[in-house]
Design a protein around this ligand. Structure first.
Ligand SMILES: [Zn+2]
Length: 279
């Protein structure tokens, strides 16, 4: 359920992960919502846009299961127990986003706020999701990051996503602002050095993309778990605007997909050079 693509050339301490691009819907999902609504939760094709990571010496990890089934960018305890039949035997510390939007570890609503289930979920099926999806993904990422920092003393982590073109509206932020092509999130400076954020921002702007920083997304649990710039553990979230590469209704790539992918591949070459210079 988790794929790790290892470096195909000399390894550098660059680890990239795409937690939300999985499209393999498990048989026991048993959702009631319309499938096309459910698919709007996906960061479809993100792992393909970043497919060049191993060729510059980085490691690329991505989930096969969909984010609406189990979201690895949440804590293991971000659970709304009202979804569950019976008494949840573990810890449950639901976030505001989990309770208000239904977007915790197990989504109860789609990102367009449609109810996903017409049933309560069993304790065993949710424990199974933790064992087969959440933990293997988190372990694969933690191991790749640990290996990188043990070998090089420093590491750089890109947490890769895409965002709906109407992100401001979906978040209830009807600001009249135009959503940027690329949103970089560094937990407002707590997840990586300012230099790293600036380098990646410049890489996109040089290639013609508009960039916003921490607006409207600052990063979620994977950045909280792994970003520690004081230890030279740099984590940066990258959200690509889906209008750049995706038909948001059909989930098919747009004709310009190849151009965006090529721009990212060339940015990765620059990034590999940047990492090399920091060692
Ligand atoms: Zn995402």
């Amino acid at each position: 359920m988790v794929i790790t693509e290892h470096p195909s050339t000399q390894a550098i301490p660059l680890v990239c992960d795409s937690p939300h691009s999985g499209t393999h819907y498990p048989e026991d999902f048993k959702h009631a919502v319309d499938f096309s609504d459910l698919r709007k939760c996906e960061d479809t094709h993100v792992e393909k846009l970043w497919a060049a990571v191993p060729s510059v010496g980085g490691t690329l990890i991505h989930a096969l299961f969909p984010r609406s089934y189990t979201d690895t960018n949440r804590t293991e305890f971000d659970i709304d127990v009202s979804m569950i039949e019976g008494e949840w035997p573990g810890r449950a510390e639901p976030s505001k986003r989990c309770l208000e939007l239904g977007n915790g570890l197990f989504f109860s609503k789609t990102t367009t706020l449609q109810h996903i289930y017409d049933r309560k979920l069993s304790i065993s099926e949710l424990q199974n999701r933790i064992h087969t999806c959440w933990r293997p993904y988190r372990q694969a990422l933690a191991q790749a990051l640990d290996n990188a920092s043990q070998q090089h003393g420093k590491r750089w982590h890109l947490n890769l996503h895409s965002m709906p073109s109407n992100a401001y509206e979906r978040l209830g932020l009807a600001t009249g602002k135009v959503l940027a092509d690329v949103v970089l999130g560094d937990l407002n400076g707590r997840a990586c050095s300012a230099d790293f954020t600036a380098f990646v921002a410049q890489g996109f702007t040089q290639r013609g993309y508009s960039v916003a920083i921490n607006d409207p997304y600052v990063g979620m649990d994977l950045l909280v778990a792994h970003g520690a710039p004081e230890k030279q553990h740099h984590s940066l979230q990258i959200e690509l605007n889906r209008r750049l590469y995706l038909n948001e209704q059909t989930r098919e790539p747009l004709p310009q997909f190849g151009k965006v992918q090529a721009d990212i591949s060339s940015l990765l070459t620059d990034l590999a050079r940047y990492v090399g210079q920091q060692l």
